[in-house]
Ligand binder design. Structure first.
Ligand SMILES: [Mg+2]
Length: 122
């Protein structure tokens, strides 16, 4: 079973991500900020994909992404950044920091499926 890490400070968004990811056949793990997500990545043997919020307290999505890409993992997960309209101008920065794709919030189940297919984890 493929593993996906769902990172968002909103419990409601995480619940939606979990519902979508589960229905797509992923085993899900959740984190509410980048620091927590980094701890999880280090503890897990393998993570196939990350749905990553941008704005979070403690450690935001971009900082997490940069830290993640420096981790000596056997396989790096595919990262899909979840952005709001305000964050769109910075999406180039996220892509050059190693994001594989991005989704505009609010997103639908169909969009999540398309993006995960696009990055090759489905
Ligand atoms: Mg947020």
């Amino acid at each position: 079973m493929k593993k996906i890490l769902l990172v968002d400070d909103s419990r409601a968004v995480r619940a939606f991500m979990r519902k979508v990811a589960s229905s797509l056949g992923f085993e899900t793990t959740e984190a509410e900020n980048g620091e927590q997500a980094l701890g999880i990545v280090r503890a897990m043997k393998r993570v196939d994909a990350v749905l990553l919020d941008w704005n979070m307290p403690v450690m935001d999505g971009l900082s997490f992404l940069k830290a993640l890409r420096r981790e000596p993992l056997e396989t790096q997960p595919a990262v899909v950044m979840c952005t709001t309209e305000n964050e769109m101008p910075r999406i180039v920065e996220a892509m050059s920091a190693g994001a594989n794709e991005y989704i505009m919030k609010p997103f639908t189940e169909e969009i999540v499926r398309e993006k995960l297919e696009g990055v090759g984890v489905l």
